[in-house]
Design a protein around this ligand. Sequence first.
Ligand code: TYD
Length: 209
Amino acid sequence: MFLTVEGVEGSGKSTLLTALAVRLEARGTTVLRTREPGGCPLGARLRPLLLSADWTPDPNAELFLFLADRAQHVAEVIRPALAAGAHVLCDRYADSTIAYQGYGRGMDLEWLQRLNDCATGGLWPDLTLVLDLPAEAGLLRAARRNEAQGLSQTEGRFEAESLAFHERIRQGFLDRARRFPGRFRVLDAALPPPALADQAWAALRMGAH
Ligand code: TYD
């Protein structure tokens, strides 16, 4: 089972993933929790570059760095874990490229779909949870979190984009969910974390059987 969680900044993906991992492990399932960018050694080196607020990459360079991270991550981490029978829980994946580089930066959506197919060898999640939240509310949450963790300078490049950019991302995820209703579930990220975890758990149990 390959599950991804997507959403705007500050939508609560990590908290939800922790809750799901705890529930899965409690019923004896092997869980591999990972993230993009940064879920493999190459990605760990690319992540600071991709998120650093002190440069502005060319959009194509940015895209290909995310895709390089994904190709290596799929080959080295995700496929072997799935082959070993683990449930893979991934914080962001190919749909983030379509939302951010496509809806956000204006790159062609079909082209991005094909590039993701190339990078992943056609591996798409069994289930994708979109944590939906107005972009403004998410950015506020992310700013508080970054401040608490001292990340504003080192990981703030996307948070520093305009509100309109982040609203396009939100709409991008919602469009994707409408287009692929079999794979996506949209959840209300404004729910209290335990209620959100209950809804995600129900979606996962339906998606996993
Ligand atoms: P991350 O820390 O995962 O996001 P969050 O702050 O929501 O927890 O940061 C990853 C950033 O990279 C996020 O702003 C979205 C962006 N991104 C892309 O633009 N394209 C991609 O393909 C991926 C995976 C992420």
